[in-house]
Design a protein around this ligand. Structure first.
Ligand code: FMN
Length: 194
């Protein structure tokens, strides 16, 4: 088990001044307050997933951040009701690395971004990751100003999500680690033993 509880924030927008990235930064600040170590991963420079591509520094750095993480926050813009291609590309690079980790979700959308969250959840579920039962949707122009969330209800919800991610993430991670170390066969973690 890792000595610290590590939360990785994945910024899925490449837009300068991205609202989802600003919200993610605030969430990482809250997670830190609840005792987590935090890191930010920007996915814009990651090459398109190609199983035949030679190793690259960008992919190695992303891999090391994903392996380091105990829990992950995915932040995406709403693009046509889906996550950004850049974020989906990051997810395509990994699979087993996501297993047993808890994921939280942030979407920048003008329409609540629920379909975006559903799609992120689906991708995470396919990799045996766990998902927070709720997420945070931000409507940038009206909810954020000067790098701060001006909507108090939303700000409280983001703080709650950051807190829950750390608290529940520790439970999920702790049990997954115990299952990895045990010899019990009837657990999904048994598949990931080396
Ligand atoms: C290609 C594209 C598609 C978009 N599709 C939607 C959409 O379906 N629904 C929506 O509410 N906003 C949509 N938007 C608006 C963005 O979600 C919105 O500007 C958001 O703040 C972008 O996230 P960011 O600030 O993190 O970059 C779209 C924007 C782009 C560029």
């Amino acid at each position: 088990m890792k000595a610290t509880f590590n939360v990785l924030g994945v910024a899925g927008s490449t837009r300068h001044g991205s609202y989802s990235a600003q919200t993610l930064n605030i969430a990482l600040g809250y997670s830190k307050k609840y005792g987590a170590e935090v890191r930010l991963l920007e996915v814009g420079r990651l090459p398109i997933y190609d199983p035949n591509a030679p190793a690259s520094t960008e992919v190695e750095q992303a891999a090391s951040a994903v392996v380091w993480a105990n829990a992950i926050i995915l932040a995406s813009p709403d693009y046509h009701g889906s996550m950004s291609g850049a974020l989906k590309n990051l997810l395509d690079h990994f699979y087993e690395e996501f297993a047993g980790k808890l994921f939280g979700y942030i979407v920048a959308s003008h329409e609540k971004g629920l379909t975006v969250m559903d799609q992120m959840r689906t991708a995470v579920r396919q990799c045996y990751g766990w998902s927070m039962p709720y997420g945070v949707s931000i409507n940038g122009p009206q909810d954020i100003s000067g790098g701060k969330i001006v909507n108090t209800r939303l700000s409280n919800r983001l703080q709650m999500m950051s807190r829950d991610l750390v608290v529940y993430g520790k439970l999920v991670e702790g049990q997954f680690e115990r299952d990895l170390e045990s010899s019990e066969q009837d657990t999904f973690a048994a598949h990931y033993r080396r």
